[in-house]
Design a protein around this ligand. Sequence first.
Ligand code: TRP
Length: 320
Amino acid sequence: MEKSRILSGIKPTGRLHIGNYFAMMRPAIQWQEKGEALYFIADYHALTTLRDPAKLREYSGLVARDFLACGLDPSKAVLFRQSDVPSVTELAWLLSTVTPMGLLERCHAYKDYLARGIPPSHGLFAYPVLMAADILIYDSDIVPVGRDQKQHIEVTRDIAVKMNETFGEIFKLPEPSILPDVAAIPGLDGQKMSKSYDNTVELFLEEKALKKKIMGIVTDSTPVESPKDPAHSSILALYRLFASAPEVSQMENEFASGGVGYGDFKKRLFAAIWEYLAPMRARRAGMDPGHVEEVLQAGARRANQLAAQTMARVRRAVGL
Ligand code: TRP
């Protein structure tokens, strides 16, 4: 059997945070052992909300570097910039000609923007079509994404079916892969960790800045001596991601028994995060920017090779 092809993208709209790591990067890095994995920096998509060229360039570079620091192995997985494969926008156009408006009007992400009173651009509306092009152009089998992106994968499948019905069998239908256990990583305020809530903990902060963030986690006002509620604690939820099993049970016991304050728990959480990230921090510090660029360029060559095959097939099928 042919190796399955795994594909995912990450938008370079900020510095990567712990939520990105557990929800996207870590699973992506694990997938590199199981098939041909392709990951890209979704800079075209980022432009729907980020209009600062210097920032876009900076974040794109950081995402690439951080991905490599976290263990993405360029001898196993392909890492590239979305915009280094411009034919993906041609495919997005072709897909848009068969995409019903209603399909896009139903997308949660789009409706959220409307609900927040943000005047949507056409790019934001058409966002899922470009995403479908990203996925279909590489004949992807599996798309590891966060739960918030599941609907976009369903839209991709609907668009692929429409194309196949209209022009003959062009595309295979991709499957989403959603990791249930880390789907909701709490941020500093207890809501899901997300840039839009301004409650993130970035992966590669300086020691002091990281400590400050962790000490700022919002807690209730249970006194030191009283038992604490483990079910709604961001501290414990984050600690479970970074600490060993015995360390976690110890903290759980101390939540239940009382006698330890939130400040102590936070210090322990900080220490666990700092230690967990140490090898990645070291790899990141030693990384030459030239190396990152070489990886991206080699990735772009491979991605373009695959895209060209698909585009030849699609152009022929539609009559171009
Ligand atoms: N929309 C995704 C996000 O915000 C990023 C993305 C763009 C993507 N294109 C993709 C993810 C294709 C998977 C496949 O997280």
